[in-house]
Ligand binder design. Structure first.
Ligand code: DC
Length: 221
């Protein structure tokens, strides 16, 4: 098991996907699971304050990952929600839903089940601390908030969408704060994790660093 944790926009998804491809491992984006539940909560018009119903809804939801044409897709109760879960509204609300203990408990159970056979790169906020604290390789990927906002801004502009850098930066700061300060399983650096500051690194450089680290460690075994 390889875990990659870190704040929003640090490049975890792209990097985890490339590392997993290189090793022939499965890739699990746990943020997408919290996003999918949030999307369902919004669609079902359940109030964000109605914890009991949200937890019940989570327990009655099936989340699956599959790959189509080399791209990872997220299925919620059989429906492809890959694009629907990437909106600003879902991003903003997910950090509230992800703070609910009943939701987290359910997600952690699924993640442990999915990963129990290994051969997997799992990415999120609490993977190296809570889900797989004994993982063979743990990484913590970080970058300054300004750089993370700029990357997100470039991504949106490249897609032809309207984007305001200041708004993106504010939203990232708010989500970071909620992810780092929640009572249960907040975002912290896992014990024994290798910290990578990607502010001045390209995605390719980070991927190479991770693969080299794994390679060197395997040689030493
Ligand atoms: O990585 P992301 O931006 O797609 O994550 C969406 C939200 O889910 C974010 O607010 C953090 C939360 N999350 C979490 O609490 N625990 C995880 N293992 C993964 C994501």
């Amino acid at each position: 098991i390889i875990t990659i944790d870190g704040p929003a926009g640090a490049g975890k998804s792209s990097i985890a996907r490339m590392v997993s491809h290189h090793l022939g491992y499965r890739y699990i984006d746990t943020g997408a699971m919290y996003r999918a539940i949030t999307w369902k909560v919004i669609q079902s018009r359940v109030k964000l304050t109605d914890q009991e119903r949200i937890v019940r809804l989570t327990r009655n939801t099936k989340i699956e990952f599959k790959e189509t044409d080399g791209l990872p897709r997220v299925l919620l109760d059989g429906k492809d929600v890959t694009n629907a879960i990437r909106t600003a509204r879902v991003s903003e609300n997910t950090s509230f839903i992800a703070a609910l203990p009943g939701v987290r408990q359910c997600m952690v159970e699924i993640q442990r089940e999915v990963g129990k056979e290994g051969g997997m790169v799992m990415e999120g906020r609490d993977i190296g601390t809570v889900v797989f604290p004994d993982a063979e390789y743990k990484f913590y990927l970080d970058a300054t908030v300004q750089e993370r906002a700029l990357r997100r801004w470039k991504e949106l502009v490249a897609k032809g969408e309207k984007a305001d850098l200041k708004q993106i930066e504010d939203s990232i700061r708010r989500r970071d704060r909620r992810d780092r300060t929640r009572g249960l399983n907040p975002l912290v650096i896992p014990k024994g994790a290798i910290i990578i500051d990607s502010t001045k690194m390209s995605i390719k450089e980070v991927v190479e660093f991770i693969l080299e680290h794994i390679d060197e460690s395997e040689k030493r075994l």
